[in-house]
Structures are given as structure tokens and as C-alpha cells.
Write a protein that binds this ligand. Structure first.
Ligand code: ATP
Ligand code: MG
Length: 341
């Protein structure tokens, strides 16, 4: 049985990296899997969020999912805090995962910055909650951008340790050898790691203070064109071969973005645009506007009706809970928690 789970944090401006690395892939997977897509608000508060902004961003991510083409009736769309099973399972995983494992997570190091003592405990334990998100549904596949690869490896380690620690009990209760599946990440394509438009060494991110570092899904056509025109490049023209992008992160990034938007590969893009950057940047701006503006328009329409979005989230949460509840009951039995039946 093949089930997809993935999430996006309601932490601010959704950007092209979120779209190409995650949401666009979510849409494509609908034809092949049973899909559960979550607005992960519990993750969001691992760093401070203004309450009003959090609610607005939660509805905005939901709108982006739907505007991009996710069908909330055929699949499940909901926000994490409405399904308590995520937090419940995360606690169990806090007790399965080891401090040493979490100490190796690069996202914590990046997000906590210099003052690690000041980071929230939640930010440190973030990967355990992410493992719980996926495993509360026994999801088999998780589409994410490359930045989340390490967290998914940790989720596999957690699943494996749980399966081993409780092996006897799991067998006794008739769950066979593997209680939790070892989830496969789905990370592929030319835009699995979209970089900042200002710095080819940093990923495009919602939390980057510079708005010129990213293209937001809510940007209008003029802003998109301006940001692409201003995007950092080097003085060399575009090469004719992919090998020529070696050591040129900014150029490689823009070519990858084009390929992601056009559903092609870098080589095909270079075959068409080898030569001066100006012509390529103009084409990239046009393509970005062509692909994003229908989504932006639909997001604006949807966010104008917050009650309808809330109804979709409530319905999704109920259907998500119906899957997660029995799995959590089994977890409790495995662990030895006494519960009323
Ligand atoms: P934050 O800075 O708050 O962490 P974010 O931009 O990293 O925001 P997330 O909500 O953490 O966004 O991630 C949502 C999804 O988007 C994840 O699957 C993540 O891997 C993917 N993603 C995020 N940034 C990029 C990027 N630059 N390129 C490709 N995929 C990305
Ligand atoms: Mg992130």
C-alpha cells in the first residue's frame, strides 16, 4: 500500500523553491498515490510566529496547495495542530531518538545560529515531530526538497529503532516484523534545491530577510521580472553544456529553475539559451510569470474566502484523524500504555 505524506510550514512567503521542490510534485503524485498534505503549524512555532500571521499563513499555504492543483476531496489537506496524534507520536519519538542523532542535524545548526542556548527545545526536536507526521499515517513516500533529506534519514532511523526496541511486543500483538515502514524520500528533478537569487550558496528560503532572494508565489508579474533581472550572475555567458555550469552556482540555479518550470532538463535549456544572459533572463521571467500568475490569481481568490478554507481544513483533519487514530492506538498497545477501549 503506497501512501504519500508531506508538509509545508506556514512561516511566511511561499516561494518558487517551495513550489518547484515540493508543491508542484505534490500535485503530480496525486495520480499515483493516496496523498496526505499538511500545513505544519506545530513545526512553524519552533521559531516565533505572530499569532495573526500564523493563522493567515496557514490559510495561504492551504490556498497554494489547492491553487496549484491539489484536490482536497480526492486526497487529504489539513493543518497539523487539528490532529493531536502528531504531537502524541512525537512525544514517543522524543523518547526513541537519541540526542546524538539530533546533534548532527544541519537545519538546527543553521536555524539556531550562533546562540544555540536560546533556540527553542522544539527547534531541536523538530525532526522527531517530522518523523511522527509521516509515521502517524505509516506513509511510504515523502516528497520534499533536498534540504529535508537528512530529516527523512532520521525518520527511518527512528522507525527502525522503534521496530527493534519493541520487536518482541510488535510480534506478540500480531504486527509482524515491521511496525513502521522505512519511508522513502522522493527527491528528484532539476529544482530539488532552488538557491537564493542573491547568493548561490544559500537555499531560497521563506525566512531569508531579503525579499530579492526569492520569488514569492504572491509576487505580481512586474516584481517577478524585476527580481529575475536583478538576480546575481557571473560575467560569463551561458555555456552550451551542463559541465560548463560547474563552479557557477548562480547560473546553474537559474538554469535549474527554468528546467523545473518547463518540465525539462538543464541540457535542453542550455541547448536553447547558450549565450548572453540577458536573453535567458527575459525568457525565464516570461516563463515564471506564465506558470505562476494563474496560481497567484487563484490563491488570491481562495484567501478572500477564509471560511471555505477553514471548512476544507476541518474536513481534512477529520479524515486524517480517522487514519492516524488506530495507528496511535496500536502504538500505545506496543509501548504498554493502558488505554480505555
Ligand atoms: P523556512 O525557512 O521557514 O524553513 P522553507 O522555505 O524552508 O521555510 P518549509 O516549509 O520548511 O519552507 O519547506 C516546505 C517544503 O519546501 C519542503 O519539502 C522543503 O524541502 C521544500 N523547500 C524549501 N526550500 C526549498 C528550496 N530552496 N528548493 C527546493 N525545495 C525547497
Ligand atoms: Mg524549511
Amino acid at each position: 500500500h503506497q501512501r504519500v505524506f508531506s508538509g509545508v510550514q506556514p512561516t511566511g512567503n511561499l516561494h518558487l523553491g517551495n513550489y518547484l521542490g515540493a508543491i508542484k510534485r505534490f500535485v503530480e503524485l496525486q495520480n499515483h498515490y493516496e496523498c496526505i498534505y499538511c500545513v505544519v503549524d506545530l513545526h512553524a512555532i519552533t521559531v516565533w510566529q505572530e499569532p495573526k500571521d500564523l493563522s493567515r499563513a496557514t490559510r495561504e499555504v492551504t490556498a497554494a496547495f489547492i491553487a496549484a492543483g491539489i484536490d482536497p476531496r480526492a486526497h487529504i489537506v489539513f493543518n497539523q495542530s487539528q490532529v493531536a496524534e502528531h504531537a502524541e507520536l512525537a512525544w514517543v519519538f522524543n523518547c526513541v531518538a537519541r540526542m546524538g542523532w539530533l546533534n548532527r542535524m544541519t537545519q538546527f545548526k543553521e536555524k539556531a545560529g550562533k546562540h544555540k542556548e536560546n533556540a527553542s527545545v522544539g527547534l531541536f526536536a523538530y525532526p522527531n515531530l517530522m518523523a511522527a507526521d509521516v509515521l502517524a499515517y505509516k506513509a511510504t513516500h515523502v516528497p520534499v526538497g533536498e534540504d529535508q533529506k537528512q530529516h527523512l534519514e532520521l525518520a527511518r532511523d527512528i522507525a527502525q529503532k522503534f521496530n527493534m526496541d519493541y520487536a518482541e511486543r510488535i510480534a506478540e500483538l500480531g504486527h509482524g516484523e515491521q511496525f513502521f515502514p522505512l519511508t522513502e524520500p522522493l527527491i528528484a528533478g532539476p529544482a530539488k534545491r532552488v538557491m537564493s537569487l542573491r547568493d548561490g550558496q544559500k537555499k531560497m528560503s521563506k525566512s531569508d530577510p531579503s525579499d530579492y532572494s526569492r520569488i514569492n508565489l504572491m509576487d505580481d508579474a512586474d516584481t517577478i521580472s524585476l527580481k529575475i533581472r536583478k538576480a546575481k550572475t557571473d560575467p560569463e555567458p551561458l555555456p552550451g553544456e551542463v559541465a560548463g555550469l560547474e563552479g557557477r552556482p548562480e547560473a546553474a540555479n537559474l538554469v535549474g529553475i527554468y528546467a523545473g518550470l518547463a518540465d525539462t532538463d538543464e541540457q535542453a535549456v542550455l541547448a536553447e539559451f547558450a549565450g548572453p544572459f540577458s536573453r535567458f533572463k527575459q525568457a525565464l521571467a516570461d516563463l515564471s510569470v506564465e506558470k505562476l500568475s494563474p496560481i497567484t490569481a487563484e490563491m488570491r481568490r481562495l484567501t478572500a474566502e477564509p471560511d471555505q478554507i477553514d471548512a476544507i481544513l476541518a474536513d481534512g483533519a477529520e479524515r486524517a484523524r480517522a487514519i492516524a487514530r488506530p495507528i496511535l492506538d496500536d502504538v500505545k498497545d506496543v509501548v504498554g500504555f493502558v488505554r480505555s477501549t
